[in-house]
Design a binder for this molecule. Structure first.
Ligand SMILES: NC(=O)c1ccc[n+]([C@@H]2O[C@H](COP(=O)([O-])OP(=O)(O)OC[C@H]3O[C@@H](n4cnc5c(N)ncnc54)[C@H](OP(=O)(O)O)[C@@H]3O)[C@@H](O)[C@H]2O)c1
Length: 317
């Protein structure tokens, strides 16, 4: 195998023009990793937030940085201690958050983060899954402790995280309410939403009460007002976008709970979701597919950064 690969990198922080094609060495794998030939990756808001330099304090990396933290592909090499995975396996993963991301022809993935790609979905549909769906899973279940008879409000049900969250909550037996705009009503209903709040024309505070769990994907005033629709005894809000300014003041002297979370990539969570996909209980919603090229990734970042894409934006190799 050749030792070099093509990757789309950034050499400084900035707008989309900072993205450029480069030749880099194929990553070397550790004993417990596999090398995956990337067939598809997907865009997540972290990609363009990091590109713009907003996450410098969290990830103090040297340049060049290869963005992208979703992969679907084929194992090409296995580490010396890897026993459960073999060359040729079709896999997907949310790899560790390193500066060697997945906008590249090859990427190294720890086996604890891998899952088998379901046979009934394409590499593009698989690449949509890991980061967004594992986040939805951990918000709903690991931290939100959603029970089958409970009611959950999922903010932005038509987004990357929201489309998986609706389906996972529904498959678990919960009553699902979501916020979106009218153009997405049919979609979120098809995914399993029982009730919809049209965020452009309605307020959740006028329509909802006694919600057990809110999944906050929006933050700010949306997070703060959502406390007033929670069940005062059991209500909890899990945010994937950080704590709003007044959140602690709002929940002080109440029984309401708030937790801000950051995804911990987890192959077991992903395998559980993969099994639901094999049973056609969860599917990927794909807004657009762009080719692996500088131009393709620039267009994909621009679309994701509108905050109005539907489901996921994919890069196909
Ligand atoms: N903590 C973590 O580990 C973690 C992990 C993943 C994501 N995140 C963060 O979570 C956020 C959501 O990520 P994502 O990938 O789901 O985003 P996304 O796919 O870009 O979300 C786009 C969707 O949001 C909807 N939307 C926009 N404004 C809305 C509003 N005010 N009310 C209801 N829906 C609204 C849009 O619907 P319309 O077109 O109908 O407006 C669109 O379909 C991002 O900030 C991301 O960085 C955090």
């Amino acid at each position: 195998m050749t030792k070099d690969m093509q990757a789309v990198v950034i050499n400084h922080y900035g707008d989309e023009s900072t993205l450029e094609m480069a030749t880099l060495p194929i990553p070397e794998i550790t004993d417990s990793q596999v090398l995956v030939e990337v067939k598809a990756t997907s865009i997540n808001p972290i990609d363009w937030k990091l590109r713009e330099g907003h996450l410098q304090q969290m990830f103090d990396w040297e340049f060049p940085i290869v963005l992208g933290w979703d992969v679907a592909g084929i194992i090409k090499e296995v580490g010396s201690k890897v026993t459960d995975w073999k060359i040729g396996d079709e896999v997907f993963a949310r790899p560790d958050t390193t500066r060697n991301g997945t906008y590249a022809q090859f990427t190294a993935v720890d086996t604890s983060l891998l899952a088998h790609k379901p046979n009934n979905i394409s590499f593009e549909e698989a690449a949509a899954v890991p980061l967004a769906s594992e986040t939805a899973y951990q918000a709903l279940f690991t931290h939100g402790h959603l029970q089958p008879n409970e009611t959950v409000l999922i903010q932005a049900g038509s987004g990357g995280v929201g489309t998986y969250a609706i389906q996972l909550a529904k498959a678990h037996g919960a009553h699902v309410i979501t916020t979106t705009s009218q153009s997405h009503f049919e979609l979120v209903t098809d995914l399993g939403a029982d009730e919809i709040v049209d965020y452009r024309n309605e307020k959740i505070t006028d329509k909802l009460k006694n919600i057990d769990l809110v999944i906050d994907t929006l933050g700010g005033a949306n997070q703060e007002e959502a406390f007033s629709v929670l069940n005062p005894k059991t209500g909890r809000q899990i945010s994937i976008v950080g704590e709003s300014k007044n959140t602690q003041d709002i929940i002080k002297d109440t029984n309401l709970q708030f937790t801000g979370i950051w995804l911990q990539p987890n192959g077991d969570n992903l395998q559980e979701i993969a099994n639901l996909m094999s049973e056609d209980k969860v599917k990927s919603i794909i807004d657009s597919v762009f080719p692996f090229s500088k131009d393709g990734i620039v267009k994909a970042h621009q679309l994701s950064a509108t905050n109005h894409s539907t489901g996921k934006v994919i890069i196909k190799f």
